[in-house]
Design a protein around this ligand. Structure first.
Ligand SMILES: *Cc1c(COP(=O)(O)O)cnc(C)c1O
Length: 458
């Protein structure tokens, strides 16, 4: 690592003004929100780290692209631009645009999965698993054990444990496994990458058995960055070429363009198989729209095409992940317990270690997220017992191993000074951690309770 600082490879042309709040205003806001950061009004938030999905800043070139929208119902010029960029950057044969990632997951699951099928993957993602289940499949986690340990420093915690996969094949038979679902920069593991070495081994293994590999390529550029930085033999390869190598080892992909691709809405499905593509183009008409727009306006496809190329620029990805690492290193220096290695899209605070005196049943991550907001107006979110929900059969809470507060960083939106404010705020909350109390849930919705649950302080 050189000792010179990096900086953003862009300058700011337009700004969005933020409301600066007083401690009294923030206290009132979080109380009114039932201590749930999802129920805060966005205008009361100073720095919003709720998600990196659809929250990135578009470039002037992308905004110019929005003006070139060809809003024809069929065969829009922007579709062909997007198709050309996807083929060039990712190499897949066929493209179907969708309104966002889950639209692609729905169509993929319906054309690939039969009732009783098994879908192995490197940790689940909420919408991905749900669509697999709705299509009659069952998800099995085959990620390496290190992914479930917040203190393990394994450089590729997104890797697949081929021995776990082989066990599934022996138990159910390869015929029951239409594909392995491989995520890049595994979200639920804290933004952890998969290595090319592991992907090559997986390709060799699945080729023998006729099992396909479908990528969830939502954060592929960030994954490529970690390969370039950490994997032997890739230090001199650029991001675009590493991304292409990842794609070339797989048979198709689903993509939420709301992350890597720097747009506020959009996604797609890609497939190399002609017959499956034909089936998918048939289905997209039912759920999304004609196969040349898939629920998107022409201008959205244009902004996505431009965003994809920008997302694969080495200077961009250096600054993007560099900003996350900058914040993570500041927190580590203050002694704040976070998931390591630092991930690609955000920082995950270990709330069990931060608040060891608060029992998991008193929602430590929820309490900590509320406390951080009250301190500085920084909005984070809970990824622990509240998000995990209840066991449908027994009605008991799930008690997940990881009880985390997630700080997801939008791309190209905040400055280094914002990162300093975040880190100083968390540091100050950490210094008075012994005074922080747990919570009691006073309203619990039936589905995905973390969005709307309400709490009071004990
Ligand atoms: C966001 C996301 C999705 C779903 O995409 P949407 O655009 O939100 O529908 C799927 N997989 C991963 C890993 C994601 O982060």
């Amino acid at each position: 690592m050189s000792s010179r600082s990096w900086a953003e490879p862009y300058k700011i042309k337009m700004v969005e003004l933020l409301k600066m709040t007083t401690p009294k205003q923030r206290k009132k806001a979080i109380e009114e929100a039932g201590f749930n950061t999802f129920l805060l009004k966005s205008e009361d938030v100073y720095i919003d780290l709720l998600t990196d999905s659809g929250t990135s800043a578009m470039s002037d070139r992308q905004w110019a692209g929005m003006m070139l929208g060809d809003e024809a119902y069929a065969g829009s010029r922007n579709f062909y631009n997007l198709e050309r960029v996807v083929k060039k950057c990712y190499g897949y044969k066929h493209l179907i645009p969708t309104h966002q990632g889950r639209g692609a997951e729905n169509i993929l699951s319906q054309v690939m999965i039969k009732k009783g099928d098994i879908i192995p993957g490197n940790m689940y993602f909420t919408t991905t698993r749900l669509h697999q289940e709705l299509a009659g499949g069952t998800f099995y986690d085959v990620i390496i054990d290190e992914a479930h340990d917040s203190t393990s420093l394994h450089p590729f915690k997104g890797d697949i444990d081929i021995a776990k996969l082989d066990k599934l094949v022996k138990k159910f038979g390869a015929k029951k496994i239409p594909y392995v679902c491989v995520a890049t920069t595994v979200n639920m593991a804290g933004g952890q990458p998969i290595s090319l070495k592991n992907l090559k081994e997986l390709r060799a293994y699945t080729n023998k058995l006729g099992i396909k590999i479908i990528l969830d390529m939502t954060r592929i550029a960030e994954n490529a960055y970690f390969i370039q930085q950490r994997e032997k033999g890739y230090a001199n390869k650029n991001i675009a070429s590493i991304v292409r190598q990842i794609c070339d080892l797989t048979d198709g992909a689903t993509f939420s363009a709301k992350k890597d691709a720097l747009v506020n809405i959009g996604g797609f499905l890609t497939l190399n198989d002609d017959k499956k593509f034909e089936e998918a183009s048939n289905l997209v008409v039912v759920y999304e729209g004609l196969h040349t727009y898939g629920g998107l306006a022409g201008r959205d496809m244009e902004a996505m095409a431009i965003g994809i190329e920008e997302s694969l620029n080495d200077d961009h990805i250096n600054a993007r992940v560099g900003q996350v690492i900058y914040l993570g290193n500041k927190l580590i220096a203050s002694g704040v317990p976070i998931v390591q290695p630092i991930g690609g899209h955000g920082i995950f605070i270990d709330a069990k270690l931060f608040l060891p005196h608060v029992k998991q049943i008193n929602f430590p991550a929820q309490a900590l997220a509320a406390e951080i907001f009250e301190d500085s107006g920084v909005r984070t979110m809970e990824r622990g017992i509240v998000s995990a929900g209840r066991n449908a059969k027994t009605g008991d809470h799930y008690f997940p191993k990881l009880e985390l507060v997630r700080l997801t960083i939008p791309r190209r939106v905040y400055t280094q000074a914002h990162m300093d404010v975040i880190s100083e705020s968390i540091d100050s909350v950490y210094k008075r951690r012994n005074e922080i109390k747990g919570m009691e849930m006073i309203y619990e919705p039936t589905y995905l309770r973390f969005f709307q649950a309400r709490f009071k302080r004990l």
